[in-house]
Write a protein that binds this ligand. Sequence first.
Ligand SMILES: O=C(O)CCC(=O)C(=O)O
Ligand SMILES: [Fe+2]
Length: 233
Amino acid sequence: MTSQLSKQENLKYANPKKLAELGRSVADRLNVHPQVQWLESPHVQFFVHQNFLSDSDCAMLIDMIEANSQPSNLYKGTEREGYRTSDSCNVDIADPDIRRIDDSICDLMGLPNTHSEILQGQRYKAGQEFKDHHDFFHESEPYWKFEATNGGQRTWTAMVYLNEPEEGGATAFPQLEYQVEPRKGMLLTWNNMGLDGRPNLNTLHAGTPVIKGTKYIITKWFRFNRWKGRWFD
Ligand SMILES: O=C(O)CCC(=O)C(=O)O
Ligand SMILES: [Fe+2]
């Protein structure tokens, strides 16, 4: 199936040259940040920041997720039984604490919050998982035509672990043969585009099943253009 967009149109929504520049500018910023560590992958621009969120912010977000979670969605038309079994919530972006946390992630990345989706909270109970997937949009899928004009390609992902489940729940990158164990307050971020500014298949990842305890995270997806789903600007 094709994206039904002309090559020329597609450049407005996912321009490899500009996406490569964006990747470099974020990576340059993160590389000189004293608290950010580069996870040395030649294949993916990949970083962590320990203790990005305080214990009290983690606790506040967990309470919010507990109060507002609904079963997680997969993209309409791409649903597969058992693929994403966690619960999710869109946080209340009018809440000043949420705005502060949202802004602090944008500030870390050097990306405008207008070009990002609302933070999403997720809860995985024992046995729940989010199987291998890419966060970028597959430009050959029918949904691309909508997402192209709704903010364009998903560029960087930033997620923060709000707690440490007793067992399981790592974020696994099978192509990199690498997995990140949840650490309370730790932010993990990667560029879903490659150095060439095109969707990077090496970013395939999964939230592996929680075996014991519960896992809570927040995730933020940055977009190439202004995200039209935002209602508060
Ligand atoms: O739960 C995880 O560790 C990964 C979550 C994830 O991949 C996502 O929210 O896109
Ligand atoms: Fe993901």
